[in-house]
Design a protein around this ligand. Structure first.
Ligand SMILES: Nc1ncnc2c1ncn2[C@@H]1O[C@H](COP(=O)(O)OP(=O)(O)OP(=O)(O)O)[C@@H](O)[C@H]1O
Ligand SMILES: [Mg+2]
Length: 359
């Protein structure tokens, strides 16, 4: 697939009150045609600034923005083929739904009949038919968000930019709306750059996730890849939950590597590049990547120090003999029996899911 969005060494420094903030720091990123890439990271890591640089609402301090192979770094928003869906919707309160959606087309001076036709089609896409004459204040939050989406879609931009478009919706509607956005985005094949700080949302909606921290790109890849093979501790910790267990490399064995945890447990796990005997590593163990067994079975015996039950899931903290604590999640605890604090259990590590980090 050809590249639709290309960011090259993109940097934005804000100067205020004699201090400077590096909001985006030498960011390189490519989004292929029809792809949805999410910028994910904690508050203040530079997601919105990156999106605004792509949309033309900010001019970078250094670096370049290319859209469809054309350098647009210094062009204003209306001269770029992008449309943005904002967190706050940004609807015009004094205009009806129809007028809000038609606005971008009228600005582009399209004939009246075509405006009508395209607005109707776009409203249909987002299931808003019949609400044309309402004003934004007469709509629910979810409906307002769909008007905002519709207003962006109707101008058929090459690139759609989303800045936390779901954060004003309640949890259930958030899930419904994100599924709808993803379905439409795929059907229409619109290249999209999507900003969120919600990792579950990013996992559900993205072709690839770009994890950012302090203005810098930490890792980019498909959701599964980022979860299974995080590039560093920051990514492992930000995407899902993770235990970090210290270990020493005992020896490579064709494609796998034997490690020894603090409590002497030896595991053969998938190798990562360039490990040698005696190297200190960190084993990333996801909370679901172990089995809880009766005491005496499995790799090691541990004690439950905390137990929490949320219906479909039980979360336990386990004290390992080597002195480390580990968080574990067990699905369907009704079936397996809920464990109380103080219980001693056996723990078996899923070898295939252990990911090693060099630090
Ligand atoms: N106009 C501005 N002037 C000065 N500093 C700014 C400006 N806009 C953003 N910043 C700073 O740049 C950094 C990145 O901000 P940005 O809004 O891109 O973060 P974000 O990742 O979108 O965060 P959030 O998840 O909270 O929306 C922050 O430290 C912020 O305070
Ligand atoms: Mg933001």
């Amino acid at each position: 697939m050809p590249v639709e969005v290309r960011l090259e060494g993109l940097t934005k420094v804000f100067h205020s009150h004699r201090e400077s903030v590096v909001a985006v720091d030498r960011l390189d990123l490519e989004v292929e045609k029809g792809e949805l890439v999410t910028l994910l990271g904690p508050s203040g890591c530079g997601k919105t600034t990156t999106l605004r640089l792509v949309g033309g609402f900010e001019i970078p301090t250094a670096g370049e923005v290319y859209l469809g192979g054309r350098r647009v770094t210094h062009l204003p928003p209306q001269r770029r083929d992008t449309a943005t869906v904002f967190q706050s919707y940004g609807l015009f309160p004094h205009m009806t739904v129809f007028e809000n959606v038609a606005f971008g087309l009228k600005v582009r001076r399209l004939p009246r009949e075509e405006v009508r036709r395209r607005v109707r089609e776009a409203l249909k896409l987002v299931n808003l038919e019949g609400l044309e004459r309402r004003y934004p204040r007469e709509l629910s939050g979810g409906q307002q968000q769909r008007v905002a989406l519709c207003r962006a879609l109707v101008i058929e931009p090459k690139v759609l930019l989303f800045d936390e478009p779901l954060s004003n919706l309640d949890a259930k509607l958030r899930v419904e709306t994100r599924e709808q956005i993803r379905k439409l985005q795929k059907e229409l094949g619109i290249t999209s750059l999507y900003v969120t700080h919600d990792q579950a949302e990013a996992m559900a909606i993205s072709d690839r996730i770009a994890v950012m921290s302090e203005g810098r790109l930490q890792q980019i890849g498909p959701p599964y890849e980022i979860y299974a093979h995080p590039a560093n501790r920051f990514v492992a910790d930000f995407i899902g939950r993770a235990n970090f267990l210290r270990a020493v490399v005992r020896g490579p064995r064709d494609g796998r590597v034997e490690i020894e945890l603090l409590d002497g447990v030896r595991l053969e796990v998938p190798a990562v590049a360039d490990l040698h005997e005696g190297d200190e590593v960190v084993a990333v163990v996801r909370p679901e990547a172990v089995d809880i067994l009766p005491e005496g079975e499995g790799d090691v015996t541990a004690t439950v120090t905390f137990a929490h039950y949320t219906g479909s899931l039980a979360t336990y903290k386990l004290a390992l003999p080597g002195g480390e604590t580990m968080e574990v999640e067990v699905l369907s605890p009704q079936e397996k029996g809920f464990l109380s604090e103080g219980t001693r259990v056996g723990v078996r590590f899923h070898r295939q899911s252990v990911h090693l980090l060099r630090e």
